[in-house]
Design a protein around this ligand. Sequence first.
Ligand SMILES: Nc1ncnc2c1ncn2[C@@H]1O[C@H](COP(=O)(O)OP(=O)(O)OP(=O)(O)O)[C@@H](O)[C@H]1O
Ligand SMILES: [Mg+2]
Length: 310
Amino acid sequence: MGYHLRPASAHTSILHSLFRQSEKYIMKFPKRIQPLIEDGLVDEVICQLMSGKEAMVYVVRCGTEMRCAKVYKEVNKRSFKKAVEYQEGRKGRNSRRARAIEKGSKYGRAQQEEAWQDAEVNALYRLANANVRVPTPYGCFDGVLLMELITYDDGQVAPRLNDVSMPPELAIADHNLVMKYILRMLCAGVVHGDLSEFNVLLDDHGPVIIDLPQAVDAAGNNNARAMLERDVNNMTAYYGQYAPELLSTQYAKEIWALYEDGALNPDIELSGHFEESTKAADVDLVMLEIKAAFAEEQERRERVRLAEGF
Ligand SMILES: Nc1ncnc2c1ncn2[C@@H]1O[C@H](COP(=O)(O)OP(=O)(O)OP(=O)(O)O)[C@@H](O)[C@H]1O
Ligand SMILES: [Mg+2]
């Protein structure tokens, strides 16, 4: 379809060896998947696909279908660099859970862990509904997310964006589509928060967004704007390698301005342009107000100091 696998990628060599199961040896079931096998949700573990910072990913067989099982690492084995930034404003659906988390008890910590694990499956359901291409979710059971395995039409596991190169026309078309996905995500109230060439897969039909445990609630998180900007800029920098004219686009500003104006809808045709002038004037005004408030506060302190005889 015009994408070229980059030969130097470590990932591709893993992909090529996939599904080549030994006939003599049987793969041991990872302990965490055992309960899903007992419940009949999974029939067989085919192989390990990846071990990331936060999860181990396996190819499993469910009936006649190959699926992907993402097994979250336990809390102390995960990197929690940005947990605080991401957690802000995340609403628990369940108020008993929210109270337990606030109290910080052992039960509370277990509930927090469960809420964290549920976040990805919830985001996948939400985004699939919002017409964003994500793996179809089949549920999250005991910290194991079952989802569609993204493959080429011939069944080979799909590579990550980082593992391919592409001609400029395709880079422009896919960048456009990914910007549309970011817009639709925001319409559904979600900012991915970790979008990069490592968290987008490519099958024969184009890009598929993965890895959403850190997805943030746009309305309740003060970092949402910065995260959206980072997501957009990562994607633009990636596609811009193949189509440099993309590097001067301003999709993040355009999308966020529409969001703030309440003018966002999933069918808007984005242009990638953004008129800075009026916003720049607003910023100047805000700076003046801040300076005036600061001067006023200094004067008030001076009056207090004088009144107290210092
Ligand atoms: N649904 C899927 N279909 C095919 N491959 C997948 C799927 N989900 C994940 N993978 C593969 O597993 C890798 C790790 O998945 P994911 O990014 O969700 O986990 P992670 O632990 O957050 O990883 P990392 O820390 O590397 O970002 C992906 O880069 C991709 O190669
Ligand atoms: Mg990832």
